[in-house]
Ligand binder design. Structure first.
Ligand code: PAF
Length: 281
C-alpha cells in the first residue's frame, strides 16, 4: 500500500495505470473508516485492478458552526484497515494541497443542493460537489463507489457527473447497519451511551414506515406523523426533517405512487444523524 500526498503524484500514478490498461476504483472518504466504507472498498477491489481510497476532511463542506475541527480522525487506524483490505493507494492530501490560497472555483448543482440536508446545511453540497470534482480530476477513476446513507450526496454527485459529461461509472451501495439497525457513521462516535440507545429510533421509524407502505398507506402526511411519533417517544430527539421524495429529483411526493426515498435527519443530543430507505411501490 502506497500513500500519496500530492495531486501531481496521484495524477502521474493514475496516468501510468491507465496506460497499462488498468481500471481504477475510487472511494472518497473523510476517514475514520467503518464497515460502511469497508463494503465500498471490498466492492471496488472485486471490480477493479486498482483501488484508491482518499482520506480528506473537507473544510468547505462544513458550516461555520459545524464540527470540522472535532470531526473524528484516526490516521493510524485508517491505515491499518486500508492495509488489511489490501488497498493499493491512499490519497492523503493536505488542505493546502486541495485549496491553495489562490483557489476560486466552486461547483453548484442547482436546486437539489438546497433541499433536505441542504436546507439545514447551506453550502454543504457545494463543498461536497467541488471536492469530489477535484478528487475525480486527480484520481481519474473508472468507477466511483458511494454509500447510500448519504442519499442526497449520491444524487448530487450523479447529477454533477451527468451534467458535466463525465465518463464515470458511479455505484452506490446499501447502508451498513449496526446489529440494532443504527446506520454506520463516523459521527456515531459523538453519541454518549444513553444517546446511542436513543439513536435506534431512526431505523425503527423507517422500518415501521416500510410496514405501513406495504400495508397500503400512500399519504406522506400520515407517514410523517408515524415517524414523528416513534422518534419523539424518544424524548431527547429533535427532528430536523422527514421527507418523502423522488429518488432522482428529490422533489417532495405527497402521494406515493413509484420508487421513493424516505429520508430523515434527527438530532440526538447535539449529534445530527441521517438515515433513509427507498421503497418501490
Ligand atoms: O461522504 C463523505 O465522506 C464526503 O462527503 C466526501 C464524499 C468524501 C466528500 O468530502
Amino acid at each position: 500500500m502506497k500513500i500519496i500526498k500530492t495531486i501531481k503524484q496521484m495524477q502521474a500514478f493514475s496516468l501510468k495505470a491507465k496506460q497499462s490498461k488498468k481500471t481504477i476504483g475510487f472511494i472518497p472518504t473523510m476517514g475514520y473508516l467503518h464497515k460502511g466504507h469497508l463494503s465500498l472498498i471490498k466492492k471496488s477491489k472485486k471490480e477493479n485492478d486498482i483501488t484508491v481510497l482518499s482520506i480528506f476532511v473537507n473544510p468547505t463542506q462544513f458550516g461555520p458552526h459545524e464540527d470540522f475541527k472535532k470531526y473524528p480522525r484516526d490516521k493510524k487506524q485508517d491505515q491499518l484497515l486500508a492495509k488489511k483490505e489490501e488497498i493499493h493507494i491512499i490519497f492523503y492530501p493536505s488542505i493546502k494541497e486541495m485549496y491553495p490560497t489562490d483557489y476560486l472555483t466552486s461547483i453548484s448543482v442547482g436546486d437539489i443542493e438546497n433541499v433536505l440536508c441542504g436546507k439545514t446545511r447551506p453550502g454543504h453540497f457545494k463543498g461536497v460537489a467541488t471536492i469530489v470534482a477535484k478528487l475525480i480530476n486527480t484520481v481519474t477513476p473508472s468507477a466511483l463507489y458511494l454509500g447510500e446513507k448519504d442519499a442526497q450526496q449520491v444524487v448530487v454527485i450523479k447529477t454533477m457527473a451527468k451534467d458535466l459529461n463525465w465518463r464515470l461509472n458511479i455505484k452506490s451501495l446499501p447502508i451498513i447497519r449496526e446489529k440494532d439497525g443504527l446506520a454506520m457513521s463516523s459521527r456515531n462516535k459523538y453519541l454518549s451511551s444513553d444517546e446511542r440507545k436513543q439513536a435506534v429510533c431512526l431505523y425503527q421509524s423507517l422500518k415501521n414506515t416500510r410496514k405501513l407502505i406495504r400495508a397500503g398507506e400512500r399519504r406522506s402526511t400520515k407517514i410523517y406523523k408515524q415517524i414523528k411519533k416513534i422518534v419523539l417517544k424518544n424524548s431527547r430527539a429533535r427532528i430536523d426533517y422527514i421527507a418523502c421524495v423522488d429518488t432522482k429529483t428529490l422533489k417532495e411526493e405527497k402521494m406515493i405512487s413509484k420508487k421513493i426515498l424516505i429520508a430523515l435527519a434527527i438530532f440526538i443530543g447535539k449529534t445530527r444523524l441521517i438515515d433513509n430507505i427507498t421503497i418501490d411501490v
